[in-house]
Design a protein around this ligand. Structure first.
Ligand code: GDP
Length: 209
């Protein structure tokens, strides 16, 4: 029987989580049967998505499978502590990606985001040093259109001086019109990890109906 409500994330701030690969799905029909709440992670290629997933979960090399540019056009589903499912969406914005590949990306991500998944939230990554562009705005448009709860994350915050981080965050908040302020994140210093885990915890906690 599908378990749509998970048991909460008590102890979420432990250093590592038990994570297991469920499946790698290059097409919609390969998506796993809906079960636990899902949290999706999406971002431009090279935005630091694989590194963030590894940092969040506390396992080096976990998301490597999705980190081969242009190769893995698939959604990778991980079971985390049997409490929720992490869906690692393929990166977008390869400069040399052929049109065909971009269309395939859109079809797959659209099928996932607009499908009937138990999707509790989406983490959308942006390099803190980059200006959002049309592709980024198209992604946000998609999330908004589907009425999804999403949280922006400003990655590689350690690349800026400490004092510049809040300012860059506010600028990006305005540029992509976040509802909740984005979370400045660094896989190097672990800045933002706890805040992000807290957000996930709030999204996947059992719902009162
Ligand atoms: P992906 O293509 O979005 O999965 O990006 P990766 O996780 O492979 O990261 C792309 C590059 O950015 C790699 O060289 C990482 O080492 C680097 N990177 C990722 N996160 C951080 C971070 O928080 N700080 C710094 N300094 N570099 C990072």
């Amino acid at each position: 029987m599908a378990r749509r409500v998970c048991a909460g994330l008590q102890g979420v701030r432990v250093k590592t989580f038990r994570a297991n690969l469920i499946t790698v799905a290059p097409v919609k029909r390969a998506f796993p049967a809906p079960g636990l709440f899902e949290i999706a992670v999406v971002g431009r290629s090279n935005s630091g998505k694989s590194t963030l997933i590894n940092t969040l979960v506390g396992q080096r090399g976990l998301a490597r499978v999705s980190g081969r540019p242009g190769k893995t056009r698939a959604i990778v589903f991980f079971d985390i502590e049997q409490r929720f499912v992490l869906a690692d969406l393929p990166g977008y914005g390869y400069t040399r990606g052929p049109m065909r590949e971009r269309a395939a990306w859109r079809d797959l991500v659209d099928a996932y985001l607009g499908g009937d998944r138990p999707l509790a939230g989406v983490i959308a990554l942006f390099d803190i040093r980059r200006e959002p562009d049309d592709l980024d705005r198209a992604l946000i448009g998609m999330l908004t259109r589907y009425g999804l709860a999403w949280r922006a994350v400003w990655t590689k915050a350690d690349k800026l001086k400490k004092a510049e981080v809040p300012k860059a965050g506010r600028r990006l908040d305005r540029a992509i019109r976040t509802v909740e302020p984005g979370v400045a994140f660094s896989s190097k210093t672990r800045l933002g990890r706890d805040r992000l885990l807290e957000w996930i915890e709030g999204r996947v906690a059992p719902r009162q109906t």
